[in-house]
Ligand binder design. Structure first.
Ligand code: PMP
Length: 466
């Protein structure tokens, strides 16, 4: 047996084997999944723009006008008028001085983190940050200090303890998702910015799941918190609410010029294709013209959550579009996913390393293109799937730490008002053990040996790219 066959067998044994499911047709509210019609409940096409006629037409026209591909990286011949147009549109939408397109959100995170932190520097990162942030930390070769999820006290405590305070030399970067991809909760951005100011750190915020879903006119969690102009680098994706493919970073002019010079995924990867860029431009126009789409998404999210709660799931009454249904073990999540598909609902099971061991889940995502009736049907199919597997819906809901329907019921009963979301906060006076056993990806990022420095190669590479 080859080492690869052995590894595959091990993944199978652990219930972690992955395979590609085939979807026919666009990412609409229903799709054909491996030939079977199902309600789509796990796409990030939040606003239904990936399959919107104007967005499709824009892509088709762009292919005729500018061709199918950009032909080279942004720094060679790949910066075309359509890129510039979208960058201007996004900068104006985000209220930032400048914007820079990247091939994908994954590449943007790799680029910005490795540009703002190097081997001598420190990155402070939420333990549930997206894998692309984890990999950006790895690429930077900075010291990675992982703080507990949403825990600003813990963040501040670890910044105070950071040895950079003593030598005063190294750069420090705080990086966080704004809306967390697998949990749907929101980072306390205002408090993070305050800590950053007090401790002379930069802040990068990944708004991948916030653009088009939260904030005024869908402008994201930074706008919602009134922090426009306060964040050093804002990362957004074109592949989710904006219905296309690619990503961007909004920042000031100086930061943007710096990223053009040092962000490796921008320098060494082909520019986004003109049809993808034009599609995102059309989606952005639609979002600006018709922001009520965001309300429709939020109303569907609320309808989904209420329908799930009325089926007995422990889901809180809220209008955030990402709804995690935590089942625990990998197999339980896979079985629930399969039973739901058989009932006509597609919600892919999410397992480690995407989420921590023991928190495997279905991660539901509402879309603006669903109907309220779709949401009711989805909840009833999921409840029937749980019953078929002898699972109690009341034991299925958000991850620990997030409010559930039972918290809300108690609060409503006591004083009619929902209590603030309580996060378990470890004593900040406790030593923060970087090696502590976390099942998330970051533990490995911290524990892994650093790669050998390769700065000498870098200069050569830059020379070649220029
Ligand atoms: N950041 C977050 C928070 C994400 O969820 C994702 C994609 N799932 C990305 C970045 C990567 O974006 P892209 O798909 O454009 O590579």
């Amino acid at each position: 047996m080859s080492d690869i066959a052995e590894r595959l067998a091990e993944l199978e044994r652990l219930g972690l084997n992955r395979r590609l499911r085939l979807v026919s047709g666009p990412q609409g509210p229903t799709v054909l999944l491996d030939g079977k019609p199902v309600l789509l409940l796990c796409s990030n096409n939040y606003l239904g723009l990936a399959d919107h006629p104007r967005v499709r037409e824009a892509a088709a026209e762009a292919a005729m006008r500018w061709g199918a591909g950009a032909g080279a990286s942004r720094l060679i011949s790949g910066t075309m008028t359509v890129h510039r147009r979208l960058e201007e549109g996004l900068a104006s939408f985000e209220g930032s001085q400048a914007c820079l397109l990247f091939g994908s959100g994954y590449l943007a995170n790799l680029g910005v983190i490795s540009a703002l932190a190097g081997p001598e520097d420190a990155v402070f990162s939420d333990e549930l940050n997206h894998a692309s942030i984890v990999d950006g930390c790895r690429l930077s070769r900075a010291e990675v200090i992982v703080y507990r999820h949403l825990d600003v006290e813990h963040l501040e405590w670890s910044m105070r303890r950071d040895r950079a305070r003593r030598d005063g030399q190294r750069r420090r970067l705080i990086v966080t998702d704004s809306v967390f991809s697998m949990d749907g909760d929101v980072a306390p951005l205002a408090a993070i910015v305050e800590v950053a100011r007090a401790h002379e750190a930069r802040v990068a915020v990944d708004e991948a799941h916030a653009i088009g879903t939260v904030g005024p006119g869908g402008r994201g969690a930074i706008a919602e918190a009134g922090l426009e102009g306060e964040i050093d680098a804002t990362i957004g994706t074109l592949g989710k609410a904006l219905g296309s493919y690619g990503a961007y970073i909004c920042a000031d002019e100086e930061m943007t010029r710096y990223l053009i010079n040092v962000a490796r995924p921008l320098i060494f990867s082909t520019a986004p294709s003109p049809p993808a860029v034009a599609a995102a431009l059309a989606a952005l126009e639609l979002l600006r013209e018709r922001p009520h789409r965001v309300q429709r998404l939020r109303a569907n999210a609320r309808a989904l959550r209420r329908a799930l709660a009325s089926e007995g799931f422990a889901v809180a009454d809220d209008d955030m579009p990402i709804v995690p249904l935590v089942l625990g073990e990998e197999r339980a999540a896979m079985d629930m996913c399969q039973a739901a598909i058989e009932g006509g609902v597609f919600a892919q099971a999410i397992r480690p390393p995407t989420v921590a061991a023991g928190t495997s889940r279905l991660r539901l995502a509402a879309m603006a293109s669903h109907t309220a009736a779709d949401m009711v049907k989805a909840a009833s199919v999921l409840a029937a799937a749980a019953r078929r597997l002898s699972l109690d819906p009341a034991a299925i809901g958000p991850p620990p730490g997030q409010p559930s329907s039972s918290d809300q019921r108690i609060d409503d009963h006591e004083d009619g008002e929902a209590a603030p979301h309580e996060v378990e906060v470890g004593s900040p006076a406790e030593p923060f053990d970087l090696e502590r056993s976390m099942d998330g990806e970051h533990e490995r990022a911290v524990a892994e040996p650093q790669h050998a420095p390769f700065d000498h190669e870098r200069d050569g590479e830059f020379a070649r790219a220029a």
